[in-house]
Design a protein around this ligand. Structure first.
Ligand SMILES: NC(=O)c1ccc[n+]([C@@H]2O[C@H](COP(=O)([O-])OP(=O)(O)OC[C@H]3O[C@@H](n4cnc5c(N)ncnc54)[C@H](O)[C@@H]3O)[C@@H](O)[C@H]2O)c1
Length: 263
């Protein structure tokens, strides 16, 4: 699955799933434009890719700001000549219910997770058109398909991301632009480390996450990035508007397993 001659824009590419996607894409010949607000991590990921012989640029942006995203995407197109795919991995997690979520938190989460994905799509789609088509992959979550307690804004943003994905898929299908979503279970990234650090016993969060997945573990970032990269590649040429879970069986499981030696 080579990407020679292709350029991919990756939001949230400095760390976690986005970083793993950037590394795989660069290993397979793509030029990668890393868009992220973490200047240090973004520069480090970019340098690591270049040291390994890959092609990458880093643009510091807040994905919630369309002007910043638009300018960065234009610079990427000018640097590499064209844009063929977009991966949206920038995201934040905040906790609260319908009562405890503040308006500030609501805006923060929806601005980054949902408006950020729209901003990236509207900046990149004109370039995908110029290239004669392309692919958009939005990293959503199992929380787009189910929910947990205390994650109101996050779960709404991830449900919304499926709507954005499907709308784009329908609006641009005739221009050979595909849009798909990936819904990961728990992944071992800085986001998970941050979430676990909110618990007095962070290790217990990791243990609980491992136990709840039928595969008995959490994912490595590359295991999710491989699915993302496939959908960004022309190998997935007839796949659009779809939602791919990569959740170690999490959403397949129903509780209440009988305690018996027969299985
Ligand atoms: N880690 C998990 O268990 C998990 C599970 C399901 C879905 N996801 C989703 O996958 C995506 C990637 O998550 P991750 O675990 O790799 O997170 P992460 O925090 O490790 O990485 C996210 C990246 O996005 C960047 N970012 C955040 N807000 C930004 C903004 N406003 N502008 C620009 N960059 C911004 C961060 O700097 C970071 O580099 C997120 O959308 C997340 O919701 C993660």
């Amino acid at each position: 699955m080579r990407f020679d001659g292709k350029t991919v824009v990756v939001t949230g590419g400095a760390l976690g799933i986005g970083q793993a996607a950037c590394e795989i894409l660069a290993e397979r010949g793509a030029s990668v434009a890393i868009l992220d607000w973490d200047e240090k991590a973004g520069a480090e990921t970019c340098e690591k890719i270049k040291q390994a012989g890959g092609k990458a640029i880093f643009e510091q942006v807040n994905v919630a700001d369309f002007e910043q995203v638009g300018n960065a995407v234009e610079r990427a197109a000018r640097t590499f000549g064209a844009i063929h795919s977009l991966v949206v991995s920038a995201g934040i997690q905040r906790y609260g219910t319908a009562v405890t979520t503040s308006e500030k938190q609501w805006n923060e989460v929806l601005d980054v997770n949902l408006k950020g994905a729209w901003n990236a799509a509207r900046a990149v789609i004109p370039f995908l058109r110029e290239a004669g088509g392309g692919a958009i992959v939005n990293v959503s979550s199992v929380q787009a398909l189910a929910s947990q307690q205390n994650v109101l804004a996050y779960t709404i943003s991830k449900h919304g991301l499926l709507g954005l994905t499907r709308s784009i898929a329908m609006d641009f299908a005739r221009e050979n632009i595909r849009a798909n979503a990936v819904c990961p279970g728990t992944v071992d990234t800085p986001m998970l480390k941050w979430a676990a650090s909110l618990d007095p016993n962070p290790q217990s969060v990791y243990d609980a996450c491992r136990a709840m997945h039928p595969l008995g573990r959490i994912a490595a970032p590359r295991e999710i990035a491989e699915v993302v990269v496939f959908l960004a590649h022309e190998s997935a040429s007839f796949v659009t508007g779809s939602v791919w879970t990569a959740d170690g069986g999490l959403l397949t499981q129903i509780g209440g397993v009988p305690q018996t030696d027969a299985i």
